[in-house]
Design a binder for this molecule. Structure first.
Ligand code: USQ
Length: 402
């Protein structure tokens, strides 16, 4: 297949591009390189040294013999060029990662909220409108998030996107299927909730074939392809905005920084290893909905864990100290979470669950590049409300614990 990977320079986009190219697909990365600019804005860098996207593609060609094409294009702001590019490229499938993906970054200031909403909502809508206008019948696979469901204790498993409900009708109860109600916990998660409505509309109105993947928190850094050459290495974020919880704990353990548990650490979240993410994309591509069918929604996660249990596990494995810090986020202190992921299991996903070997691989990568870490950028200080910001600002421990 000819596959366009929008956002193919990012944390999941790059290994996905390599994985699909390795399977023999013709891969076209489309990216505006905004993630690299955000590093510059924040004054942080990936723990792992990243080559330019052109250099990454050159090394991949050298290693595998396969070409990955790169197109510099801003999906959110260059609508006419998006149409032109689609008409020229004519992909069979489009994988859409091209959104600002960090919840803390989206809540940093009003400007960051506005950027995240403008960027993410426009990117998705421009793509949908351009697919309709150009008449290109590509299967659109979108990287959504488990966070659209919200993180309150439901007391029942979270289904894959849809909920069967009964409403009172004049002649008794009437059953219907609705999108699972969204309860986003950040401006970023809100944009993915808005995406769902746009997908529903374009599938129903224009017969677009769409799959939405509600992904959990990714851990790990390598896939089979990123291991193949030093310059194919994936980006790896440790900072308080872009680093995600388990990877942060592993990096913190590697550099002797106390593990930064927010609040009581009672938050339960869904997780997936990076290698499984790229496999799930492959599986989703093999199971496209037909035109006229509803949006296909998968829960792309393999296990759930409580944050404090992860901290305890990493501490036992590495001897790290655990610190309970004031939570910069407005979220439930404690929640339970049970999630269905039957569809990927039925398609053949054989989940990689937390394993000592893969966890210590992350610690080893972090130790190797420890000299690139700015310890002052480890604390998470983007606060969800002004009240929380004040509390954090007056608590020196929240700003630095090491
Ligand atoms: N947390 C800590 N300590 C830390 C960092 C985070 O206790 O040092 C806590 C947070 O307060 C939160 C939980 O860990 O309760 C998860 O935070 P996270 O930063 O690992 O994940 P999140 O902000 O939810 O976002 C990440 C990705 C996002 C993706 C989402 C999947 O950045 O792109 O959509 O995971 S999910 O969480 O399932 O919505």
């Amino acid at each position: 297949m000819r596959i366009a990977v929008l956002g193919g320079d990012g944390f999941v986009g790059w290994p996905t591009s390599l994985h699909l190219s390795n399977l023999g697909h013709e891969v076209h990365i489309v990216d505006d390189l905004s993630r690299r600019w955000i590093d510059t804005e924040l004054g942080v860098q990936s723990l792992t040294p990243m080559a330019s996207i052109q250099e990454r593609c050159r090394i991949w060609k050298q290693e595998s013999g396969n070409t990955i094409h790169f197109h510099l294009l801003n999906l959110a702001n260059e609508y006419e060029r998006v149409k032109q590019w689609l008409t020229e490229c004519r992909p069979d499938a489009v994988i859409h990662f091209a959104e600002q993906r960090a919840a803390p970054y989206s809540m940093k200031t009003d400007r960051h909220k506005v950027y995240t909403v403008d960027n993410n909502v426009n990117a998705t809508h421009n793509l949908l409108a351009a697919l309709v206008e150009t008449g290109i019948d590509a299967h659109l696979v979108h990287l959504g998030t488990m966070g659209v469901y919200g993180y309150s204790s439901v007391g029942a498993p979270i289904p894959e996107g849809y909920l069967n409900v009964e409403i009172d009708a004049p002649k008794g109860k009437k059953g219907m299927e609705i999108l699972y109600p969204t309860r986003p916990g950040s401006a970023y998660h809100m944009t993915k909730s808005l995406d769902q409505i746009m997908f529903q509309f374009y599938a129903q109105n224009d017969g677009l074939r769409i799959t939405d993947l509600h992904q959990g928190i990714v851990w790990g850094t390598h896939t089979d392809q990123t291991r193949r050459h030093e310059q194919l290495i994936n980006r790896f974020d440790y900072d308080g905005d872009y680093g995600t919880v388990l990877n942060r704990f592993l990096i913190q353990a590697a550099i002797g920084y106390p593990l930064t548990v927010h609040g009581t650490g009672g938050q339960t979240r869904a997780f997936i290893h990076l290698q499984d993410c790229v496999r799930c994309i492959e599986l989703a591509l093999s199971d496209a909905p037909k035109s006229g069918e509803r949006v296909k929604i998968f829960n792309q996660m393999t296990e759930t864990h409580r944050v404090r249990d992860l901290a305890k596990m990493v501490a036992e494995m590495t001897g790290a100290e655990v610190k309970f810090l004031p939570n910069p986020r407005k979220e439930a202190d404690e929640n339970d979470l049970i999630v269905k992921n039957d569809q990927f299991l039925a398609l053949g996903l054989n989940p990689i669950t937390l394993q000592e070997g893969l966890l210590s691989e992350v610690v080893d990568v972090a130790k190797k590049y420890a000299h690139r870490i700015d310890r002052s950028r480890v604390p998470a200080v983007s606060a969800w409300t002004k009240d929380i910001a004040q509390r954090i600002n007056h608590n020196p421990e929240a700003r630095s614990v090491a």
